[in-house]
Ligand binder design. Structure first.
Ligand SMILES: Nc1ncnc2c1ncn2[C@@H]1O[C@H](COP(=O)(O)OP(=O)(O)OP(=O)(O)O)[C@@H](O)[C@H]1O
Length: 336
């Protein structure tokens, strides 16, 4: 992400639960968890935030710390390669702190095992030395709340998942909620966004606030350079055509995945790794970024034998679906 976009994105983050749009169930559940703990005067249970990228997990972690009036310490699964990395982080915590671990499913095994004890008993055993002379030194950890974020809750080990007292399943946003996100962002950025412009952008944002905000910034560029700065329906449509975002919000990679599935593999079934190679992407990107949206849009089915393009995918690509193509009606049983 370029510097300007990063600065703008942080200015758009909701600062408290009342500013957090949509996700009504998660908000209600989280409010109860936080208020209950505050009344008892204890740090709340550990929270796991699960869902596709860009739905507001980092924002929610910041909000949790803000609502509790405590500090947020940020790290990520890939940064915790050794148990020592985590021990250093944990030993610096102050009572009540919120420790946020992004991509927690990617934490290394020794660090994960250390985390079990820290989450349960607020202590860790630090092993000093190697071989027969190694000793384990117990270390107290200040009571804290762990907030883990994951795009793949299924990849979490059972023991880690079980140690979270509350799991928030973040869903893709409805277009109406995305319009509210866009209206709020436009207000903050000083963009003259008309309601029909917001409808147009929201409908192409893949149910994801981060994408909505990004498209708003690109449409604003277009409106300022080629128009009078106002984002109405026709400006939004023209701008999004320039950026290759189609009417359903499918971007270049989504279209490449569907195109490969249909043209190179006859509609599937095909394994995700093969599909990723065909489009020159990492399997994790295809699996965690493209697939959840394509499944939700009814274009892709996950079957035990691999990924399959639905009839809607063929049609969307301007092709005639084969007679045995999976239809929308079959999706519910095929999707996991
Ligand atoms: N509910 C919301 N209301 C308003 N804006 C939101 C909401 N959720 C997310 N956003 C906006 O979307 C952007 C992305 O959110 P955030 O970084 O929290 O997502 P994320 O799920 O943590 O993604 P990742 O896991 O990929 O980091 C934020 O900068 C914020 O502007």
């Amino acid at each position: 992400m370029v510097a300007e976009d990063r600065d703008v994105e942080s200015s758009l983050r909701p600062k408290d639960l009342s500013e957090f749009i949509g996700q009504h169930r998660v908000r209600e559940q989280l409010q109860l968890v936080l208020t209950g703990a505050q009344r008892r005067g204890t740090p709340p249970d550990h929270v796991l935030l699960s869902g596709p990228p860009g739905l507001g997990k980092t924002s929610l972690a910041m909000i949790i710390a803000a609502e509790l009036g405590t500090a947020l310490r940020l790290t990520s699964g890939p940064a915790l390669e050794r148990a020592g990395d985590l021990a250093a982080m944990l030993s610096n915590l102050v009572e009540g702190d919120v420790l946020f671990i992004d991509e927690i499913h990617r934490i290394a095994r020794p660090a994960e095992e250390m985390l079990y004890l820290a989450m349960e008993d607020f202590r860790v055993d630090v092993v000093v030395g190697k071989g027969p002379g190694a000793t384990s030194i117990p270390l107290e950890v200040a009571p804290f709340t762990l907030v883990g974020a994951t795009t793949r809750s299924g990849a979490l080990t059972g023991p880690l998942r079980d140690r979270f007292g509350f799991t928030a399943h973040m869903e893709f946003y409805e277009p109406a909620d995305l319009q509210l996100v866009l209206a709020r962002s436009a207000r903050i950025l000083g963009v003259d966004l008309r309601p029909e412009g917001a409808v147009e952008i929201a409908g192409r944002s893949r149910g994801t606030p981060r994408i909505a905000n990004r498209l708003l910034r690109r449409v604003r560029d277009f409106a300022e350079v080629r128009g009078n700065g106002t984002v109405d329906r026709s400006t939004a449509r023209a701008a999004l055509a320039v950026y290759d975002v189609d009417e359903l919000g499918l971007d270049r990679l989504d279209k490449a995945v569907l195109g490969a599935l249909v043209r190179s593999f006859g509609g599937g079934p095909v394994g995700v790794s093969t599909l990723a190679v065909a489009v020159g992407e990492e399997p994790a990107t295809v699996e965690e970024v493209c697939e959840p949206f394509l499944v939700r849009a009814g274009m892709l089915a996950r079957t035990p034998r691999g990924r399959v393009a639905t009839a809607a995918a063929w049609t969307h690509l301007g092709l005639v679906p084969p007679p045995d193509a999976v239809t929308g009606a079959g999706q519910a049983v095929l999707f996991d």
